[in-house]
Design a protein around this ligand. Structure first.
Ligand code: FES
Length: 153
């Protein structure tokens, strides 16, 4: 049995310790907002927070995060939140229509949220540096950068 807290809820999981966290969250806990892209830690689609820091969950074994706090895109704001209840990053994403196909965007939002938590007023270079590991095939990078500036206020 492995204990894990996800979005503030503690779980005791009967899952093999080498199972990637992404699949535990998606298939065991049923939280599908985090996506599978490359499966090799290269694209960022699977990004969640481990104690507030962004991590690649497709290559993170469950045993490595046992007993720790995980936040997924579903945990950033309440279920069925009104716009006012969304985080500043989520609101900026909506206002600037950042997503195109949307597949990478939960990972983008998790990375952006972690960036702003550690650097509340990032420069363009800070943003590019922090976000460079989150790949978007639609090329929404200019809107991502604008939304991060907007969320920074
Ligand atoms: Fe995890 Fe690409 S799916 S980094």
């Amino acid at each position: 049995m492995i204990r894990l807290t996800v979005n503030g809820v503690e779980h005791t999981l009967d899952v093999e310790g080498d199972t990637p966290l992404l699949w535990v969250v998606r298939d065991v806990l049923g939280l599908k907002g985090s996506k599978f892209g490359c499966g090799a830690g290269l694209c960022g689609a699977c990004t969640m927070h481990l104690n507030g820091q962004p991590i690649r969950t497709c290559i993170m074994p469950l045993s490595a995060v046992a007993g720790q706090n995980i936040t997924t895109i579903e945990g950033l704001s309440p279920a069925n939140a009104s716009v006012q209840q969304l985080t500043p990053v989520q609101q900026a994403w909506l206002e600037l229509n950042v997503p195109q196909c949307g597949y990478c965007q939960s990972g983008q939002i998790m990375a952006a949220t972690a960036l702003l938590a550690s650097n509340p007023n990032p420069s363009d270079a800070d943003i590019d540096n922090a976000m460079s590991g989150n790949i978007c095939r639609c090329g929404t990078y200019p809107r991502i950068r604008s939304a991060i500036h907007k969320a920074a206020g």
